[in-house]
Design a protein around this ligand. Structure first.
Ligand SMILES: [Zn+2]
Length: 209
């Protein structure tokens, strides 16, 4: 019996966030099978036995669970941090619990439909980890959900460097325009008379830059 790779709540939540945004259409059949096994591990965090996880539920079910995961996480991350947001999960989950003794520990098995197991496990890991680290990547044209585990404010090194480059280019542009603006103003000051000043005065140039 192999240990469940998603036993640890933070690892499990990171997996859920990643799964929710995975491009399933670009996965090879093998990658899809591997992903399915991990989803099974997530749904069965209490009783996961790798040998039992071969009753694959197929790409349709995977897509359905993915949509629901993204919906729940998005609702939570978009809700304001003060007060109560929109309900992310509401209603009954039909789950069967089996509790038995395992040495000095209590062994629990939870059985149910994939959707109800998913919602229950999401509740479990979100409760354990909290929402403080669940973020939306601030990089333009990204907006991915991610778990902030380091000081980095972005979902990936790529988004971080892209944003840094954008900022640098904007700064360089502003610097250049300030420089050109100064030159133009001097030239205009020399060649044109005061009547053009109100339109092309220093204030307007600065606003446009
Ligand atoms: Zn990003």
């Amino acid at each position: 019996m192999k240990a469940n790779p998603l036993q640890e709540p933070r690892t499990a939540l990171r997996f859920a966030v990643d799964f929710a945004q995975k491009d399933l259409g670009h996965l090879t059949p093998r990658q899809l099978r591997d992903l399915e096994r991990l989803v099974q591990a997530f749904l069965n965090r209490e009783k996961w036995v790798s040998e039992h996880v071969d009753g694959a539920f197929g790409p349709k079910q995977l897509e359905f669970l993915q949509e629901r995961t993204l919906e729940i996480l998005t609702n939570l991350v978009n809700a304001s941090s003060v007060g109560k947001g929109r309900l992310a999960i509401a209603g009954d989950l039909r789950l069967s619990f089996y509790l038995s003794r395992d040495g000095d520990r209590v062994h629990i098995e939870v059985l149910g439909s994939p959707l109800h197991l998913l919602e229950y496990q999401l509740k479990e890991v979100l409760e354990a980890v909290g929402l403080g680290k669940l973020r939306v990547c601030p990089s333009t044209a990204c907006g991915r959900l991610f778990l902030k585990v380091t000081k980095k404010e972005f979902c990936s090194a790529r988004c971080q460097s892209r944003t840094y480059m954008q900022k640098r280019r904007a700064e360089e542009r502003a610097e250049k325009e300030r420089f050109i603006g100064k030159k133009t103003r001097t030239r205009r000051g020399q060649h044109h008379t005061a009547e053009r000043r109100p339109l092309d005065g220093p204030n307007q140039s600065r606003t446009r830059a």
